[in-house]
Design a protein. Sequence first.
Lengths: 113, 115
Amino acid sequence: QQQVKQSPQSLIVQKGGISIINCAYENTAFDYFPWYQQFPGKGPALLIAIRPDVSEKKEGRFTISFNKSAKQFSLHIMDSQPGDSATYFCAASISFGNEKLTFGTGTRLTIIP
Amino acid sequence: DAMVIQNPRYQVTQFGKPVTLSCSQTLNHNVMYWYQQKSSQAPKLLFHYYDKDFNNEADTPDNFQSRRPNTSFCFLDIRSPGLGDAAMYLCATQGARTGVPNEQFFGPGTRLTVL
């Protein structure tokens, strides 16, 4: 019940295209859903996060879509650039009590020219 | 400008030789985490401190210990490193009482090699 399932494992997108990564969770107590971006040899960096009271959050080229009834959320990267090539992790946690992150398995994104 | 600092960035040790990794933070966050990350995998939580309270994950080997002498510093001790302990070790902090309570800030990691 604590798992967060992430797909696809790897993704190749042409420059300028839309990259879409999906995650699904089981625990309905989760109320914070961040996405982390990690470059090789670096620590994960928070990219964007959403809470279940909204269905979408947009920051620049990055958008989270959230479907509470389906217990799914996804990351959309518009106008994907080679600099977006990295590993992306979705995660989930519960506020005010157990803020430990439950990570998805990660998606290696490659943007080709 | 660095907020979560890890030293060293690269550590090479011999099989069975104790090693200590360090983490410091300038965010004054009350929660600190240690993760182990192996190649192509998600970070795996080893333990965390909520203020001074130590919380060990059930599947963290006894070989791994931690110390938090004050708010700013946290150490990971590996008493007898095995080849399977070669990994990236990530420190993260969280201000559970300030700002966005769930948000975790990660350091750059220490890459541990065991010979």
